[in-house]
Design a protein around this ligand. Sequence first.
Ligand SMILES: [Zn+2]
Length: 273
Amino acid sequence: MPELPEVETVRRTLADVVTGRKITAVQVFLPRLLKNAVPQVFGHTLTGRVITSVVRRGKYLRLVLDGDKDLLVHLRMTGSLIYMPADSGIPGTAHIVFTLDMGILVYCDVRTFGCLWLVPKTGKTGIKGYDELGPDATDPAFTIDYVWPLLHKSRRTVKAFLLDQTVVAGLGNIYADEALFAAGIRPSRRCHGITKRELIALKKAIDDVLADGIAYGGTTIRDFVNGSGREGENSENLAVYGRQGRPCPRCSTKIAYVKQGGRGTHYCPHCQK
Ligand SMILES: [Zn+2]
């Protein structure tokens, strides 16, 4: 699933080409991707609107428009939003096509778990996962002072804590595993047993793995592509995620893989205490 660096990569690649463009037509080939509008209302609301910016919060992408509503998108497992020149033709895999006054914006989704909503410009959206998001992992509000009291009183595992989008928005399985490795913390550790010194290391590790992920254009395991249709190159930087049975880059111990709270979890049994 695309996480913060992947969605941020999509945001950046799209912002360059769609900002200032007008939506001139909308075609919906798979109506169930729209979560709070029928295709007719969806198309009517968006047609004629100008995209004024593209913003991101956690794993959500928001196309800010000049009308009453914005377009909110969650790519879930395999969604992609790709800008193409007008003459490239509509790909056969397209589920939604936004024709712009220059080019087309195409939503494709192999597993069709993605979600698109029309949302008001301010206030609550009524979308539970969105309205309850904690601070973005790249937001200055995500500080040690903010996390420490939440961590200290939690009896969950630190991995589950990091994946909780109401605590911090944007981390998923890949970057949580990578950050815990970089900080030397075992994913199964209980939050209340983590020291402040360890939290400081973890916060720095989160900052670093996300910055790397963004700098390398996101991690492509299978399906992820950016807003230009290109794969990310961060998978080469991964130390533990997807590397079970292979040597730890630090100590050469075999990377372990366990299911923890239903999520595949990768760690080094030697380096992570
Ligand atoms: Zn190791």
